[in-house]
Each structure stands twice: as structure tokens, then as C-alpha cells.
Design a protein around this ligand. Sequence first.
Ligand SMILES: [Zn+2]
Length: 230
Amino acid sequence: MNRRVSALTAFMIIFAVIVIQYTGAYLKDMHMDIGYAEGTKCVFLTFDDGPSDGVTPRVLDVLRDEGVKATFFIVGRCAGGREKIIEREAAEGHTVGVHSFSHDYKEIYSSPAALLDDIERCNDVIERITGRRSKVYRFPGGSFTLSAALTDAVHGAGYTYVDWNASVRDAEIPGASPADLLNAAKSTSAGRNKVVLLCHDGAGKRATADALKDIIAFYRAGGYKFCTVK
Ligand SMILES: [Zn+2]
């Protein structure tokens, strides 16, 4: 390979990586096991980092009023005193999945054993409250940059893990308005039939609850069904 060709190849690889990173056009493990039928238009509304007193009940109210089911990836250490909220998520037909007990990246990603300890600890909380253990997991920060040792450990323990390919960007845009979040949902889902939308229902994410009705209306108008990770 001459120098010009290899420089061009390097440029194209770097360009592709940047495009993929920027658009979020990567998605691991998005198979039938999350309840998606090929050829259909499906949006998975997913909420990470809850439960919280100020946001989760409002999210649940909107979902109930709109007749829409979603998936909540919970943080176990936030569950104390908020058992009723998690009970409500399960009772109203939403999926309750594992996000983390501690949500402390340094601790959970220090080894596969530490990661599995954290997951099982969160799942113990889910089981105590809902009566059943969850099979679905979302890596804090996504699996995109993690080692195979970590992702294999999660598979080995019998979990399906789910990243996202669209986002309301409520963790990225400081002081985002509900309109900003709706616009982020629109732009990141453009051209996709299968949308896994990242949202957060942790403390302080009030704009997410405020935007939810319009976000649901947007997908409904686009002919999407609302699906849950199973
Ligand atoms: Zn998180």
C-alpha cells in the first residue's frame, strides 16, 4: 500500500468512527430478545437513574394517561424509601430493569466480579420490591467503550443488555427546556424504524417529565408502536 492510499484509509476510518460516535449509530444486542419485530416501527422509551421523588411519579402519570408502557433501568441505592414508586412501575405494566446499585463507574468497572456484584445487588432490590428478578440490564454510560470481559460477564450471568440509538440528551444539555429535549428525540431518531430512546428520571430531570407528553405524541404521529424491553 502506498503512502497516499494508507493516509486515505486512515482518514476514512477516523471519519467513520467520528460519524458513528456522533450519531450514536451503534447498537449492541438489539435483537428479537428485546421484543422487536423486524419491519415494524417501534420506540422503546427507556428511563435511567431513577427512582426519584420529583420526576418518576410524574413520568408514570404521563405514561398512564397516554396508555404507554416503558422500561425503567433503576439505581438500587435510590430505592430506599421509594419502594412504592418501583412497585407502581411494575404494577402498571412497565419493565423494571437493572442499571446499577451504586452507579459508581470506578467501582463497577474495576473487574467483571465487581460488576456482577453490583448488578446482583440491584436485582436483589428489584426482587424484594416486585417479587421477581429482572433479566434486562443497561450499562451505566452504555457498553460502547467497555471491554469484552465486562460485556461477556453480563451475558454469562444470563442478562440481555440494551444500549440506545436515540436520546433526549437530558444528561448532556445543561438547563435543557422540554422543547430542547423533544428536538433531540426527533433529530436522533430520524430515519429509524427501531428507536431505543435514552431518557433519565433521576432527581432534577423535571424537563424530561415535562417533555414526555409531546415526545409520545411525536412518535405516535410517526406511526410508532411503544415497546418495552423484555
Ligand atoms: Zn445512569
